[in-house]
Design a protein around this ligand. Structure first.
Ligand code: URA
Length: 207
């Protein structure tokens, strides 16, 4: 495939998360595989009633190969703990499964994925949904909401309300935990509201 070419992922027709993970590790549907260390597939409760979607793996996730293991993940852990939901009973994934970044000195700075990259990766998320069959999807941030709702969504206007996705699932949208990490003021309030949204999704899912 020529550099920069974007196609759409073509997962195998299976509900085995192990087979899907293995196939996704060789995905070349968009060019992000060239600069990402590895595909970071979802993980957690294989038949969880709650499936959490983030944007894309960050720097730590890209290195370790697991979703939400960096600073944003620690905040998600705290929110799950506050709502009494064990992390390993939730399925956690991302809309885009490679880390998109640009160099800044020695650092790798996060870049927001483009719509075509979200679309290229969507079949993996659909395959995870078909395998896990959650009752509720919790979308964290605009990229996750866009992937799951099939178009642009205003997170601040829709957060915390039960919605229905064209993918046929109940959805709760909230902010991305990385947003809280960037705040200089109002951190406690923002975290409390995040916990409240996570709690709504968890209760809808039956936790
Ligand atoms: N941010 C995300 O959206 N996903 C991760 O896995 C980590 C940080």
């Amino acid at each position: 495939m020529a550099a920069g070419t974007v196609t759409v992922a073509d997962p195998p027709k299976t509900h085995s998360l192990q087979k899907l993970r293995s196939a996704a590790s060789a995905c070349r549907a968009c060019p992000l595989w060239r600069t990402g260390t590895q595909t970071v597939f979802g993980e957690g409760g294989a038949h969880s009633p709650l499936l959490v979607v983030g944007e894309q793996p960050g720097d730590r996730e890209d290195i370790e190969g697991h979703p939400f293991v960096g600073p944003a993940g620690r905040l998600l852990d705290r929110a799950l703990e506050a709502t009494g939901v064990p992390r390993d009973e939730v399925y956690i994934t991302n809309a885009v499964k490679h880390f998109k970044w640009e160099p800044r000195g020695k650092r790798r700075l996060h870049k927001t994925p483009a719509q075509r990259e979200i679309e290229a990766c969507l079949p993996w998320l659909e395959a995870e949904l078909a395998a896990v069959e959650p009752r509720v999807i919790l979308c964290m941030g605009a990229t996750a909401a866009r992937a799951v709702m099939g178009g642009k969504v205003r997170v601040t206007e829709t957060r915390g309300q039960p919605l229905t996705s064209p993918l046929g699932k109940e959805v709760v949208i909230t902010i991305h935990p990385a947003y809280i990490l960037r705040l200089r003021t109002g951190v406690e309030e923002a975290f409390a509201q995040f916990v409240s949204d996570v709690g709504k999704a968890a209760r809808l899912a039956g936790f």
